[in-house]
Design a protein around this ligand. Structure first.
Ligand SMILES: *Cc1c(COP(=O)(O)O)cnc(C)c1O
Length: 500
């Protein structure tokens, strides 16, 4: 079998002139306990097969059902005993193709509109493989993979109008990034002593968000030891954006009884309806009240890549911190959450610690004053930055922005089709890429719920359900870059064809 030629030879390592000649062990000396293959040629052939199978699966994703129920016999395959002895790679891969690949959650499928999830890309997949090959640990030390993460951080600082010295960190997702922002804001409010002493009884911290905020904000308050009672979820306006005067009133009321307001959490793209808070107004309130402004922009923040949508995010450059996901509208494969923080010193103040074995040096592997582990709770960290760097460079920001704008155009198309139908109605204004709608007439709650289940079981289009102002809604969120007008029409046609 002929192997494709390597595009560029791997450059040899530069040696310092004075370095002694490095004596390498001959290949035969590698220990028999090494997990590397005896037969690299066989591994190569198997590896190429695996890659090709995955390309095939991606290329034809729309031809398969979006989701199918897992047969008991297939589920049973994951109740196997501990694998004490070796199984050939090819056989394990066959199991993957038969038992795992066909039973995914469907978020790569063009008909997936159930939750705010990205569709992934072939480039992201390849980059993830390269990252696994490098097996880099991005907790710290001096190596180029960390420079890639710093590069993405610098790009994001520029994109969102943060100072060039802003800090950034890849994390699993926006849930954790939001939690970290609460910890940073808490440490800023109470001083670094709170890391040792915990929360003092007399300083009763209160934070502010709207009732449209994602549930992980309340959870972040719980995990931070503040308690979700310390989070005020103020009302929203008719477009599901935070009510600024209610926010001001809540802060004043808390101050009046001796509580300690410390942060505001704004939302750029709410999970139920895609609403974007007035971030400029929030920045103004935060400035006047000397509060930390964090923005949960899980999916919505990347709307900044679309010139048409970017003005909606005005004021985002004034946030103290911003959480968002590359794995949603950025289409980077899971997981790739990100936290951007205006003031790197405040960021480190919440997390940096010194352990003797993590001591920094001026030269060598332990070089560099600040390591990623100074910016979050993780020490060992994977190379999420690589798939993101590949995605941003390979597709380019313009194309990603266009795909985001197209998602919103699909939402508008759905809105029009609903308006044109007598049996359907909108349940929330269409702000961005999410449409909440349902049947008109009696018994609509039950019919909406039933419709979502029926469609999901059908395997062609999958919306989800939510509740809007106490009513059950069919919710279609357009995030996947593969979704087209044809999928929107398939959704409406399928809903209208359902029995009453
Ligand atoms: C998805 C989402 C989150 C949670 O992000 P994860 O990456 O799933 O942890 C938080 N806030 C909003 C608005 C979201 O859409």
């Amino acid at each position: 079998m002929s192997q494709p030629a390597r595009s560029t030879p791997i450059p040899s390592l530069p040696h310092r002139p004075a370095a002694p000649k490095i004596q390498l062990c001959p290949p035969a000396a590698s220990p028999e306990t090494s997990l590397d293959p005896q037969d690299w040629t066989g591994l190569r052939a198997q590896g190429h097969r695996m890659l090709d199978d995955m390309f095939d699966a991606m290329e034809s994703v729309g031809d398969r059902p979006l989701w199918q129920e897992i047969p008991d016999s297939v589920r049973e395959t994951m109740r196997a005993p501990l694998p004490a002895t070796a199984v050939p790679l090819g056989e394990v891969h066959e199991d993957f193709l038969r038992d795992i690949l066909p039973y995914g959650s469907g978020n790569t499928h063009p008909g997936f509109m159930g939750w705010v999830q990205g569709g992934g890309t072939p480039v992201g997949m390849l980059a993830e493989m390269l990252a696994a090959g490098l097996n880099a640990n991005l907790g710290g030390r001096d190596h180029m993979p960390i420079e890639v993460e710093r590069q993405v951080t610098a790009w994001m600082a520029e994109l969102f109008g943060f100072p060039a010295a802003a800090s950034g960190l890849f994390v699993t997702g926006t849930s954790i990034a939001n939690f970290m922002a609460v910890l940073i804001a808490r440490t800023r409010a109470l001083g670094p002593g709170c890391r040792r002493h915990g929360l003092p009884a007399e300083a009763r911290l209160t934070g502010y968000t709207s009732r449209a905020a994602h549930g992980c904000i309340a959870q972040a308050f719980e995990m931070a030891g503040i308690g979700s009672d310390g989070l005020r979820s103020t009302g929203t306006d008719s477009r599901h954006r935070i009510d600024i005067s209610a926010l001001r009133a809540a802060i004043a009321a808390d101050r009046a009884v001796g509580l300690t307001p410390f942060m505001i959490v704004g939302t750029a793209g709410s999970v139920d309806t895609g609403a974007i808070d007035d971030l400029a107004e929030l920045a103004e309130v935060a400035r006047e009240e000397d509060l930390w402004l964090h923005v949960d922009g899980a999916f919505g923040a990347l709307a900044i890549l679309s010139p048409e949508l970017a003005p909606r995010l005005a004021g985002i450059d004034r946030a103290d911190s911003l959480a968002f996901d590359f794995h949603k509208w950025g289409q980077v494969p899971y997981d790739a959450g990100f936290l951007l923080c205006r003031d790197a010193a405040s960021h480190r103040a919440a997390f940096a610690a010194d352990a003797p074995y993590l001591q920094r040096a001026e030269h060598g592997l332990a070089g560099g004053a600040h390591w990623p582990c100074d910016y979050g709770p993780d020490l060992s960290r994977g190379f999420r930055a690589l798939k993101t760097w590949f995605t941003l460079r390979t597709y380019g920001l313009e194309a990603i922005g266009e795909s985001i704008a197209r998602s919103c155009a699909l939402a508008r198309r759905l809105e029009q089709r609903i308006a044109a139908s007598e049996s359907l109605c909108l349940l929330a204004p269409v702000e961005l890429n999410i449409v909440c709608f349902g049947f008109t007439g009696p018994d609509s709650d039950r019919r909406n719920q039933a419709a979502v289940t029926r469609l999901q079981l059908g395997g062609r289009v999958a919306p989800s359900s939510t509740r809007i102002d106490g009513r059950s809604a069919i919710r279609a969120a357009f995030v996947n870059h593969r979704t087209s007008e044809c999928d929107v029409d398939a959704l409406v046609d399928a809903v209208l064809a359902l029995p009453v």
